[in-house]
Design a protein around this ligand. Structure first.
Ligand code: NAD
Ligand code: DAU
Length: 352
């Protein structure tokens, strides 16, 4: 019988790339995409595979335990890849409770639904929790990297909620022997990235000649990975990772925010036929993010050495592809920035 895999958050940025990869690569699997379609969920991310015979979309909320229990009883999934989350740090500062509900309560609901449905017969089953490097806190020594044993030290409501969910996943592995595996990844970028996040926001603002808001002095450092390389890592870990283990995922690719924004400005000047230096004039230093983590840097050696994964793209190449995707998909960007995508899908699903 075909393997049934539930992917949560599959209409979001990273989830949509994971769904696409699994639907295309594993025609014998049945892939279920469970998503609430919050502001960040957009089925337009998946139009190319929406009619695939091995793909099913389910609209639903992981904070609804009864709904999840019923879905798991009906479908008897073999595996779960859990990405659904509130994902934006700035939103977690203004509305932390939404992050507690989806990221913590929603994750525990999913763990319970899997545990109840599998009833201690865990052979061939797997619960994969997708997490973030932000749980490790902020690096201050330039020599340091996050490794899998780095103590948790979350600094924002977002990272605290992800850290709590990671702890629950490990606790279910330890207490109930649920076959869990986790990964903690660095900053992703690429097609379908929601334009509240740094890279797509800057691309959109450069194109529309709006100010480019750089927080603080732009000195903060992030480690960037092309989203399809993250999806490939998730595929590798889902199939070959060891139960109970954690894998760090990252590109060994650190950039100061201001250097990254300048690089984007220069790529955009070239693509838009503007004189070099035009877009950089839009850079505007704004009030820093509260509690802004200084530096993240992932050591992904374990994943590379034990499971043979490595990033497929250099950053400059990935950034060019990303800019090209946004310039070629103006309708997608327009629908997202105007909110039109939500009205369309709300009316499509409101009677279900
Ligand atoms: P995203 O915000 O683009 O997508 C999240 C998806 O989850 C959306 O489709 C949304 O509709 C759905 N969702 C939210 N609340 C839900 C709920 N209550 N029930 C069901 N669905 C719900 O997020 P993303 O950037 O694609 O991140 C996906 C996962 O990867 C998250 O768990 C995030 O913590 C993790 N992660 C993200 C990054 C990154 O750079 N974006 C890096 C490392 C880890
Ligand atoms: O590290 C992984 C994390 O990366 C994920 O877990 C999160 O879900 C994801 O959103 C991302 O978090 P960041 O806070 O690092 O990403 P963001 O794009 O919001 O910001 C990147 C950096 O750019 C950060 O230092 C803040 C800064 N920034 C961001 C925005 C939106 C600005 O200077 N100006 C901006 O307008």
């Amino acid at each position: 019988m075909a393997k049934k895999i539930l992917i949560t958050g599959g209409a979001g940025f990273i989830g949509s790339h994971v769904v696409r990869l699994f639907v295309a690569k594993y025609p014998d699997y049945q892939i279920f995409n469970l998503d609430k379609l919050t502001y960040a969920g957009n089925l337009a991310n998946l139009t190319d595979i929406e009619d695939a015979p091995n793909y099913t979309f389910v609209k639903g909320d992981i904070t609804d335990a009864a709904f999840l229990d019923q879905l798991f009883q009906e479908q008897n999934f073999d595996g779960v890849i859990h990405l659904a989350a509130e994902s934006h740090v700035d939103r977690s500062i203004t509305d932390p409770m939404a992050f507690v509900m989806t990221n913590v309560v929603g994750t525990v609901n999913l763990l319970n639904a899997a545990k109840n449905s599998w009833q201690s017969d865990f052979s061939g089953k797997r619960f994969y929790h997708v997490s973030t490097d932000e749980v490790y806190g902020s690096l201050h020594n330039p020599e340091d990297f996050f490794v899998e044993t780095t103590p948790y030290d979350p600094q924002s409501p977002y990272s605290a909620s992800k850290a709590a969910s990671d702890h629950f996943v490990r606790a279910y592995g330890n207490t109930y022997k649920l076959p869990v595996v986790l990964s903690n990844c660095s900053n992703n970028y690429g097609p379908n990235h929601f334009p509240e996040k740094l890279i797509p926001l800057m691309i959109h603002n450069i194109q529309t000649n709006k100010p480019l808001p750089v927080y603080g002095k732009g000195e903060n450092v992030r480690d960037w990975l092309y989203v399809i390389d993250h999806a490939r890592a998730i595929d590798t870990i889902y199939h070959n990772g060891k139960n109970g283990d954690t894998y760090n995922i990252g590109g060994f690719n650190e950039w100061k925010n201001i250097d990254l924004v300048n690089l984007l400005c220069s790529i955009m000047d070239r693509k838009l036929g503007r004189p070099e230096g035009t877009s950089a004039q839009l850079i505007t230093y704004v009030t820093d993010r509260a509690g802004h983590d200084l530096r993240y840097a992932i050591d992904a050696s374990k994943l590379m050495n034990e499971l043979g994964w490595k990033p497929s793209l250099q950053f400059e190449e990935g950034l060019e592809k990303t800019v090209d995707w946004f310039l070629a998909n103006q309708d997608w960007l327009e629908n997202v920035t105007s909110g039109a995508y939500q009205k369309y899908y709300d009316s499509m699903y409101e009677n279900r």
